[in-house]
Every structure is written in C-alpha cells, then in structure tokens.
Ligand binder design. Structure first.
Ligand SMILES: *[C@@H]1O[C@H](CO)[C@@H](O)[C@H](O)[C@H]1NC(C)=O
Ligand SMILES: *[C@@H]1O[C@H](CO)[C@@H](O)[C@H](O)[C@H]1NC(C)=O
Ligand SMILES: *[C@@H]1O[C@H](CO)[C@@H](O)[C@H](O)[C@H]1NC(C)=O
Length: 187
C-alpha cells in the first residue's frame, strides 16, 4: 500500500490567494491564446492513391547511390511523387487533390524518410489551395507523422500535423492506398 501523506491544511487566506492566482492564470491564458492562435481548426481524412509500378506510376526513384538498388530502405534514394488524392479509399471516388513532391531516404539504416511535398487541392471547397508537408518519418511504422509547415489560399498561415497509414496494398499493381489525417490551424 502507498503511504498516506499528511493532509495539507489551507487557511482561508491562502485559499483565496490561490483562487485569485488561478483566475488570473486562466485570463492570461485566454488572452494569450486569443492573440497567437489562428482562428480556425480544420480536420480532414484523405486517401492517397499511390502507384509504385506499371505504366501510370505516381511514385518513382529518380536518384540514388551508384551501384545500390534505389529502394525505400536504401539511404540516399530520392523519390518523386504525384499521387492523386481521393475522398474515400476507392480510387474511383471523387478527386480531392494531388500529393506532389519528394521523399528522400534519410536514415543510414533506411528506417526514415524525409518528406517534402504539397497537398494541392482541386476539389470545389479548396480548389487551388495547398498545404506544405515536411519532416522526417519512420517510414516502416504503421502510423507516420509529419508536420504541416504552411499553406496557401484558404490555408494561409497553416500549421499542424498529418498522420499517414497504409490501409491496403495490391502488390501486382504496385498500388497502395494511404490514409492521411490532417489537423491544422489556419487563418
Ligand atoms: C494508363 O493511363 C492511360 C491513360 O489514362 C490508360 O489508357 C491506360 O489504360 C493506363 N494503364 C494502366 C496500366 O493502368
Ligand atoms: C478549379 O479551378 C480551375 C482553374 O483555376 C478550374 O478550371 C476548375 O474547374 C476548378 N475546379 C472546381 C472543382 O471548382
Ligand atoms: C484517422 O482517421 C480515421 C477516421 O476518423 C481514424 O479511424 C483513424 O484512427 C485516424 N488515424 C490516426 C492515426 O489517428
């Protein structure tokens, strides 16, 4: 059994001082978050349709160390991607945008990839707006998290984070569906 600590005795005056401090700290917190936090929070669930092989590939290694296989687990391999992004896991569902940019295998042991890409929206709600995704992620883990470092159009001053989870893989077609959850604050 854990030892029982002696009860702390608060006098009335200590108590009222504490409650004044508490009220002040709530007010200060309120005003500081009003001043610094962008006003809106947006959450989205998107699906990246990724084709790593076949005639209509959307992900391809373009550079790497000479004499090594240019694979995701090989340090120094650079991939370029232009995945299309849909509303549901179904590749024929309405298009939301495209995921355009690069990945570089940036850990010597191949475990991490550095992502630098944009989500370029083409749907009615956000047409032409973009989000910039950047950072390193443990590429072989079930959930990979990357920062949203900025945005344009409806997402000016955006910051937040995204998680990526591969939810289905079809090896003969080189097709993967990756769920991307976005949480951002922006103007
Ligand atoms: C690639 O895209 C073209 C044009 O959209 C289409 O005709 C063709 O069937 C596609 N090929 C494969 C293997 O999906
Ligand atoms: C998005 O904008 C482009 C041109 O800026 C336009 O051609 C296209 O129809 C728009 N798409 C939607 C879904 O509004
Ligand atoms: C992403 O969103 C879906 C749908 O809301 C949810 O089921 C899933 O757990 C989320 N993934 C993460 C890593 O939060």
């Amino acid at each position: 059994m854990a030892p029982i600590s002696a009860p702390k005795i608060l006098t009335t005056s200590t108590f009222s001082r504490l409650s004044l401090l508490f009220t002040l700290s709530i007010l200060m917190h309120y005003y500081s978050s009003e001043a610094t936090l962008p006003p809106q929070t947006t959450e989205m669930v998107l699906y990246f349709q990724d084709f790593a092989s076949g005639a209509n590939f959307t992900l391809i290694p373009v550079a790497g160390i000479a004499g090594k296989l240019w694979t995701f687990s090989q340090f120094g391999t650079v991939f370029v991607t232009d995945d299309f992004i849909t509303e549901t896991p179904d590749q024929d569902s309405p298009m939301v945008g495209r995921g355009q940019g690069m990945y570089v295998t940036s850990a010597l042991d191949g475990s991490s990839t550095h992502a630098m890409f944009s989500i370029v929206f083409v749907n009615q709600a956000y047409n032409g707006s973009t989000l910039s995704i950047q950072g390193t992620g443990k590429q072989f883990e079930a959930v990979r998290e990357y920062a949203v470092v900025g945005g344009t159009g409806k997402f000016r001053f955006a910051r937040g984070y995204t998680t990526f989870e591969t939810i289905s893989v079809d090896p003969p077609r080189g097709h993967s569906v990756i769920r991307c959850n976005v949480t951002i604050r922006h103007d």
